[in-house]
Design a protein around this ligand. Structure first.
Ligand SMILES: Cc1cc2nc3c(=O)[nH]c(=O)nc-3n(C[C@H](O)[C@H](O)[C@H](O)COP(=O)(O)O)c2cc1C
Length: 223
């Protein structure tokens, strides 16, 4: 069994190392506590924001970065919210859904994908009718959005119709991994904008340079 896990981890390493990496740059002030009108649990609301950042991210043991207490995607999501003044909402799984170790997590994620599972998340997604733009981010898991994101897409496809949907990923070699195409097909009423892919290791270890990349991308998007 342990040997199976080592083989899986090794195969993932090769896949990530050879896969391509997409990427693409606002100058807004950092969030101050005055800007935040409400902050509860996994949701941050700011006054008059018309953009929302929705993301999924894991802490614990992650590929190539050891044990982390802030997920790679969460770091990018926070930058986007800071640079645009968007509200944010974290898709949090129900307790104990995902294991802590990387090897066990990859096994579990593969199983979910094979079963086309729809893992449940906790909390209420904010009222989407108040937003024009929704940034949607997650780690690439086995070349795709984590299945819990499909739970969100299915729950919210109607509410996302007519909105600009902008995908972002963190990854270790697969880039955006078709997040844009898959988002367009899961939420056919949405208008999918140009996505951003950031290596998870850079999100953890090269935050100044990553913030510049995020700002450049946001500028291209019109922020
Ligand atoms: C279950 C699982 C599957 C993964 N599959 C891929 C993959 O197919 N391609 C890739 O480039 N990275 C893959 N990775 C690496 C993650 O995408 C990367 O570490 C990401 O930055 C983790 O983000 P997070 O800390 O926000 O969860 C995988 C990681 C896990 C845990």
């Amino acid at each position: 069994m342990n040997q199976m896990k080592r083989i899986t981890a090794f195969l993932l390493m090769i896949v990530f190392a050879f896969a391509g990496c997409g990427n693409s740059a606002a100058n807004k002030e950092e969030l101050s506590s005055d800007d935040i009108s409400r902050s509860q649990g996994n949701q941050i609301d700011q006054d008059d924001a018309n953009a929302l950042v929705i993301y999924f991210s894991r802490t614990g043991e992650q590929y190539n970065v050891g044990v982390i207490d802030k997920g790679n995607t969460a770091i990018i999501a926070e930058m986007i919210a800071q640079e645009t003044g968007a509200d944010s909402f974290e898709i949090l799984p129900q307790e104990d859904t995902y294991p802590y170790t990387y090897a066990e997590l990859t096994d579990m994620a593969k199983r979910e994908q094979n079963e086309n599972a729809r893992p449940l998340y906790i909390g209420e997604v904010p009222d989407l009718s108040q937003y024009d733009v929704v940034f949607i981010g997650a780690p690439v898991w086995w070349g795709d959005w984590p299945m819990i994101m499909y739970t969100f897409f299915e729950d919210s496809a109607d509410a996302l119709a007519g909105k600009t949907l902008i995908p972002f990923s963190t990854h270790e070699g697969s880039g955006l991994s078709g997040f844009d195409r898959k988002l367009a097909s899961a939420c056919p009423g949405g208008i999918v904008g140009e996505g951003l892919a950031i290596a998870g290791t850079d999100a953890q270890n090269n935050q100044d340079s990553v913030r510049n990349t995020v700002k450049e991308w946001l500028t291209e998007l019109g922020y």
